[in-house]
Design a protein around this ligand. Structure first.
Ligand code: LMR
Length: 393
């Protein structure tokens, strides 16, 4: 029977990781997968994470199952970090999931349980795995304009025009901050218009929040999510992979913001049901570490400080890349880099230009010209800038 299987399409980001590893060139530069790296190219374990892991190791007395929703302490710690005062805690149903991707998957499945006919609207472009999961689930998908190729910023008018075609009961996938793959985030005024439109149409917002704290700050990056959550029902997939640097621990939370007690209970029961069907109990270690950090004043302050160092470092790299390009080209046409937020920027290069940068300079970026800014350092910023100009950008 196994010979009845068909080959599956390769994941573009993971294939790029493999191609980079296989390249024997000394000076190759990895701007591919969205993993934070410091100036030495390492992905460090954050100080607070290490301290919290030690504490968990000392204090944990059992490895028995938690609950289908995960340890409630995790949701109780993460929900306020994401939602602040925008929604009362008792209006938020939440389950721990294996990473942000697990939360995305469970969110799509929950939409299917609510409305099997729902169309899920996704920004064009979006993280390729969103589309892959939706296809795997057999859900109806429609793109909405998001990115303006001319300005390399958000096409706010196009987005609002396309979403005016929403039907009641549809779902709209949004990136809460630090849009992946473009780095272009809507202005607050656009978020406000979008919120009004979604509510007027009776559509369900589903916010993917994978890079909280990587854009402007923990508070500012949560602002759009809080605006939407404060205005009615929504789903939120939060990841702790990036902002706690615990990629391999698979730590995520799916939240459903509901309007009343009965609906919150119903959502909670459905979320727990979905966990049981897919993997039963969610992973606990990363969730326990995150809850330990967020509920201890000292660990939390240290985590926030290190996250801020990481954010500021990426911002400096963005600014120095833009400055180098300004110097090389005598123009400000690359200043969009400083307006992009978070870890990624889409450079606006053609696939041929991307290929040329890889062939000539060993620079690896995703085929749509998404770079991971954290893959750069002071030495490689000028190398990338020169390669971009040589490739004709
Ligand atoms: C990315 O977009 O590079 C990250 O979200 C990692 C992944 O799983 O693709």
């Amino acid at each position: 029977m196994l010979d009845q299987l068909r080959d599956q399409p390769a994941d573009k980001i993971l294939s790029l990781m493999a191609a980079y590893r296989a390249d024997p060139r000394e000076g190759k530069i990895d701007l591919g997968v969205g993993v934070y790296k410091d100036a030495e190219g390492r992905t460090p374990i954050m100080r607070a994470v290490r301290a919290a892991e030690k504490r968990v190791w000392d204090e944990e007395t059992t490895k028995t199952y938690t609950a289908l929703a995960g340890d409630p302490a995790f949701a109780d710690a993460l929900v306020p970090l994401v939602l602040g005062p925008s929604v009362a805690r008792e209006r938020v149903a939440a389950v721990a999931t294996p990473g942000g991707t697990g939360a995305v998957r469970q969110g799509f499945e929950l939409i299917g349980l609510m409305n099997p006919q729902a169309t899920v609207w996704v920004p064009e472009p979006t993280w390729p795995n969103h589309l892959s999961i939706l296809k795997h689930l057999g859900m109806t998908v429609r793109g909405y304009r998001y990115f303006d190729e001319a300005t390399l910023g958000v096409d706010a008018e196009g987005m609002l025009a396309d979403l005016s075609g929403l039907q009641a009961g549809d779902a709209v996938l949004l990136h809460g901050c630090c849009h992946n793959p473009t780095g272009a985030d809507p202005e607050p005024a656009t978020w406000a218009k979008l919120t009004d439109l979604l509510r007027a149409k009776g559509a369900l917002p589903f916010i993917d929040l994978a890079y909280l704290g990587f854009g402007d700050s923990l508070e500012l990056d949560a602002a759009a999510t809080r605006m939407i959550a404060g205005s009615g029902e929504c789903l939120i997939a939060a990841s702790c992979s990036k902002n706690f640097g615990i990629y391999r621990e698979r730590t995520g939370l799916l939240m459903a913001v509901a309007g009343d007690d009965a609906t919150t209970r119903l959502a909670q029961a459905n979320l727990a049901y979905l966990n049981r069907q897919n993997y039963s109990f969610p992973p606990d270690h990363g969730a326990r570490v995150v809850a330990t950090i967020l509920t201890d004043a000292e660990l939390r302050a240290d985590w926030e400080a290190e996250l801020e160092e990481i954010r500021a470092g990426m911002l400096t790299l963005r600014q120095s890349l833009a400055a180098e390009l300004r110097r090389l080209t005598n123009s400000d046409r690359f200043d969009f880099l400083t307006r992009h937020k978070g870890m990624f920027s889409r450079l606006g290069a053609t696939p041929e230009q991307v290929e040329r940068m890889r062939a000539d300079h060993g620079i690896y970026m995703v085929g749509d010209s998404r770079i991971n800014v954290a893959g750069l350092n002071a030495r490689t910023v000028p190398v990338l800038a020169r390669a971009m100009v040589e490739a004709g950008l």
